[in-house]
Design a binder for this molecule. Structure first.
Ligand code: AVJ
Length: 331
């Protein structure tokens, strides 16, 4: 097969980096070459990045994780009643599985399938869960959940409950979020349900510190992507010359994270030469926020009908249970 990006000469330099994920290389080189410069946030989550994200979830400023956990806890009986027993729970972007025991303990599942891009994290979390739910079959899948095309054969016969917590959906622009929800509906299949956590639009005085904490953990998390490029793609990026930037884009209802060059910088990545002027940024993440009606519209566009919605008193975060397909009454 002759592909358009086929390069007939193999340089010795290329061989040294053959261990790096080709998708990572493609995303980074393309992302640093394009305008505006951007690296997709999925590449945050190498071993160090996943550990830094775990630290973020425990920060006082980062209300997301503790609020969602409390919501899941207080809604667990209602969730169990609506979901019913015997489903296979499939978690998209399971990470440390810190909220998983609440759900698994409530819904009496037949199996659990965690999907995560970080293999280290996946193995650690699965082993940890086995100590609590020792008789539950667990089938981990290492990979990007936007690429998953099929589920393990072992859960073919069980009805499915998708679990997509943490407002990870916010990392995607609306058209991509709709496509992902549709892909989930098709993978999980007819009769499936989805429990999804979505972060709400709120005042900047709460949002900004959550993405720019006093301790600098989020800054380290953001900059870690540059260390990863240097390590895995033979980069020479002067990481200290990049400032962490978090801003609220009101028109798009999203928090944006960028890495801003604090001076003119020149560096190489994977044999490519780059120059950035002082003040230029690399866009590393969007975190879209939604109003309660927005979420319902998003889910319907993605092929799901909302069944129930839980929100904390301060309206920081919302957990929604949806069922696959259109609502019969609305057809
Ligand atoms: C894991 C994508 C939900 O957007 O809040 C946390 C990632 N980035 N702090 C988010 C993140 C900076 C997080 N998600």
């Amino acid at each position: 097969m002759l592909r358009s990006d086929y390069r007939p000469t193999l340089h010795t330099e290329d061989r040294q980096t053959s261990a790096a994920d080709p998708a990572f290389r493609r995303d980074v080189v393309k992302g640093l070459t394009g305008r505006p410069r951007a690296i997709p946030p999925r590449w945050f989550y190498d071993r160090d990045g996943s550990a830094l994200f775990e630290k973020i979830t425990m920060l006082p400023e980062y209300y997301v994780t503790r609020t969602e956990r409390a919501l899941l806890q207080s809604a667990s009986e209602e969730i169990a009643a609506l979901v019913g027993p015997g489903r296979a729970v499939v978690e998209f972007g399971s990470g440390s599985c810190s909220k998983t025991p609440i759900l698994l303990g409530a819904v009496s599942p037949t199996a659990y399938v965690p999907i995560d891009i970080s293999g280290d994290m996946l193995r650690k979390s699965a082993a940890n869960l086995l100590t609590i739910f020792c008789r539950l079959p667990i089938y981990p899948i290492e990979g990007d959940f936007t690429d998953i095309v099929r589920l393990p054969r072992q859960i073919e016969r069980a009805p499915r409950l998708g679990f997509f917590p943490g407002s990870t959906i916010g990392n995607l622009l609306v058209p991509d979020a709709v496509n992902l929800l549709r892909a989930m509906a098709s993978i999980l299949g007819g009769g499936s349900m989805l429990l999804i956590g979505v972060d709400r639009i709120k005042d900047q005085s709460i949002l900004l510190p959550a993405y720019d904490d006093a301790e600098g953990v989020t800054a380290a998390f953001n900059r870690n992507i540059l260390h990863r490029v240097n390590r895995e793609l033979r980069g020479s990026i002067p990481v200290d010359a990049f400032r962490h930037l978090a801003r609220w884009n009101d028109k798009e209802a999203r928090i944006e994270m960028h890495l801003e060059a604090s001076r003119n910088v020149e560096f190489r990545v994977d044999g490519h030469f780059f120059h950035m002027a002082e003040g230029e940024t690399i866009h590393t993440e969007n975190s879209l926020k939604y109003g309660p009606r927005d979420v319902a519209v998003l889910l319907r566009a993605g092929g799901w009908s909302p069944l129930a919605m839980w929100t904390d008193r301060e309206e920081l975060f919302t957990v929604i249970l949806a069922q696959e397909g259109a609502t019969p009454s609305a057809r």
